[in-house]
Design a protein around this ligand. Sequence first.
Ligand code: DGJ
Length: 717
Amino acid sequence: MKRLLIVLIVLFSSPVCLIAGNLPVVIETRNTCLVYNVDSKNKLVQVYLGQKVNNYSEYGKIPSKGEAYVSSGTTNLNEPAIRMIHNDGNPSLELLYSGHEVQQVDDNVSSTTIHLKDAVYPVEVTLHFLAYKEQDIIKSWTEIVHHEKKPVELSHFASSMLHFRATQYWLTHFHGDFAMEMLPEENRLTNGIKILDSKLGTRADMYQTPVFFLSLDKPSDETSGELIAGTLAWTGNFRFLFEVGKHDQLRIIAGMNPFASEYELQPNEVFTTPALIFTYSNNGKGTASRNFHQWARNYGILDGNESRMTLLNNWESTGFNFNEEKLTDIISDASDLGTDLFLLDDGWFGNKFPRVDDKAGLGDWQANQEKLPHGLGYLVNEAKKQGIEFGIWLEPEMVNPKSELYEKHPDWVLRLPNRDEHYFRNQLVLDLTNPKVQDFVYGVVDEVMTQNPGIAYIKWDCNRMMTNTYSSYLKDRQSHIYIYYVKGLYAVLDRVRAKYPHLPAMLCSGGGGRTDYGALKYFTEFWPSDNTDPVERIYIQWGYSYFFPAIAVCNHVTSWGNQPVKFKMDVAMMGKLGFDIDLGKLSDSDKTFCRDALKLYKEELSKVIWYGDQYRLVSPYEENRAALMYVDRNKQNAVVFSYTMHNRYNDEYNYLKLEGLDPNKVYKVEEVNMFPGTKSKCPENGKSYTGDFLMKSGIKASSYTPLTSRVFRLIAE
Ligand code: DGJ
């Protein structure tokens, strides 16, 4: 069978062409292919998802794995992708294939749109796919529209449904809680349904992170095994459902969580789901992660190929207890250390209800006159005088009951009628489904920016989930609240980005509560956890590295943990480095070390870490040490991190075999970031080896002393 060809529909308004495609529908990237066909009943079926085959015509010969987007109410006996109750009360859908188009968006991205229609009711479902060739990533989402006379009810609305046939399925997911994010767990799926989901409303992550690996036939490791890695671009309730049925068939249904979210869809209203973003790898998890990293830098996070500012934050050292003088000193410390920016955290606002702790003031975004008599502008100028930038913390979606905002607009708050308010961190969530509240939240950002020209960075926090969830604005459409909240948030962020397109911004949510590509496209980076103990951080950062690139993960050197500052620094360097520590409490030698280390990071290491390919070499979950490395794209430079967390009497560490190097290049190995007065104990330090040797034989990278670390720089000669 020939490749997609045939009828060309020329789009006069656009330089690109839509090609009405032949069957089968082939969605392909550099190494991967997702193929759909149409069965004898005119239903769209998925026939293939995996490594590209050599002979294109053979896609047409592959048997069906299952209906592509299964509906409910007729013959389906499993979990559906979509369920709709029509306005006449008929609870069924039968979706038939009605055509598809392919569009080459640019050299790297192609778009495929498949149209499904119900034969009886005027309902159309459109499956969208964007294939990112170089990154081996596919993004898939769905649009649902109907032309009935009255609204219909949608109770299931998957973004994507995928089918597999393998002998076994191994699911890796990541769970956690505050200060213990991203704990991996891998289990074999048994017959029946396994659900990963969240019902937190304001965020996806916290107890379950919206990411998964699904390994086929056997568990995969870093370098081998066939798997799918997926994540949902949505900042609210999500659900990944894995159903293993007869003959070991597996269906994945991914999308917004239908929990308490029956949606009244108006005639002609287009219901657009968020996207499932996934990659296929037959070389294990390492390749899948690198695919995500590369995709995220180019498409998933804001300005992912641009530079980042190192910073000193004041949260860990001052909490709410600061004034102008203290902050001016910290600004001077930040400048002296060599960071690019000082970030003022929580506690700078509120006058009638001063923000002296977390019980009051949230919502009143005017500088506290006692702490900051000359306002924020003064601090912006102080930073400028010291040659650095100034950034500010905001939590604009939230309110303390003790605030002027709450006094003025009690109806702007999500809370149940006839029941007590339920507080989390003494605060409530503002009702972002209400356009007036959206205006307010946008105004918080815009006013702080316009009234204090020169602010160069924001940290956007969100310290609670939804409970007692009810919107007085939504009235009898309460089941829309979870969806409308997130759409309201995106509407605000769209406005912020329209006016401040490149303002660097950290996404934070009481630690790592918002780590999804729905929100991250508006942010340059995110805060992965309030737990900054470096030993804990090795695990947490390791976890995030499966799906998020190092440039997006903020790691700060703090006073958590009793480890030497060298260890803290080496851990924080494996991402976007910052500080949140009272520099006055560091010894002179620690301070000198930090200054030198920061310089080394900024001038030499950061580019490889931020834009390079990451290889996880030794997992902290498997040994008492951990090691990982980054290699730049032309394989000229690499940075290797090696950490020894704990050492048992019998531990014997193998040579660390490196990865990702050019076997034919010769690299000089140099241990860097040494604490003043210490010498490298690595036998390979200062010597040169081929990439081939380094990848096959390796270097003696790990130390045997607990809580020590080593950083190596490799430069091709
Ligand atoms: C939670 C964040 O994770 C912290 O970094 C800090 O910004 C506090 N909120 C401030 O309230």
